[in-house]
Design a protein around this ligand. Structure first.
Ligand SMILES: [Zn+2]
Ligand SMILES: [Zn+2]
Length: 131
C-alpha cells in the first residue's frame, strides 16, 4: 500500500508559484479557497496550488485556487545578470616608446677610412675615436 504523506508535497513547492494540484497532490476533488465551501468541488486537474509566505509560519501555507481565482503571482525575479565592467578589464596598453638610443642614430663614419664606426666609437681600422 502506498502511503502518501499529505505534508511532503507542500514542502517541495516553491513559494508563490502555481502548480497544478493534480500533479503534486492527486486525489479527490477539492475546492477553491476563494470560491469557498459552498462551491462545487473541482477536479484537481482544474485547481492550482500556490504556496504563500506566512509571516509566522516558516513553511508558509498552501491554498487551492480555481482557474478564475488564481492570483496574479509575481514570477520569481531571476537573478539579475549584470556584467560589471571592471576597471581591470580596461587596462591601457600604453605603448611605451623607448627613448631613441644611441644605436638608433646613424652611425658615425670614420673621416679617414670611410667606414662605419661601431657603437664603441673607435674605428675598427685606424683606431681613431670618433666623437
Ligand atoms: Zn475559485
Ligand atoms: Zn678609421
Amino acid at each position: 500500500m502506498k502511503v502518501v504523506s499529505s505534508s511532503d508535497w507542500r514542502d517541495d513547492l516553491a513559494f508563490e508559484t502555481p502548480v497544478l494540484v493534480a500533479e503534486v497532490s492527486p486525489g479527490e476533488a477539492a475546492r477553491c479557497s476563494v470560491c469557498g465551501g459552498d462551491s462545487a468541488a473541482l477536479e484537481r486537474t482544474e485547481l492550482w496550488a500556490v504556496k504563500h509566505r506566512h509571516p509566522k509560519q516558516h513553511g508558509g501555507y498552501v491554498r487551492f485556487y480555481c482557474q478564475a481565482h488564481l492570483p496574479a503571482v509575481k514570477a520569481p525575479a531571476p537573478a539579475p545578470v549584470s556584467r560589471r565592467t571592471t576597471a581591470t578589464a580596461e587596462r591601457r596598453v600604453a605603448a611605451q616608446r623607448r627613448p631613441t638610443s644611441v644605436e638608433d642614430r646613424p652611425r658615425a663614419v670614420c673621416p679617414d677610412c670611410w667606414v662605419e664606426v661601431p657603437s664603441t666609437g673607435v674605428c675598427g681600422i685606424c683606431g681613431n675615436t670618433i666623437a
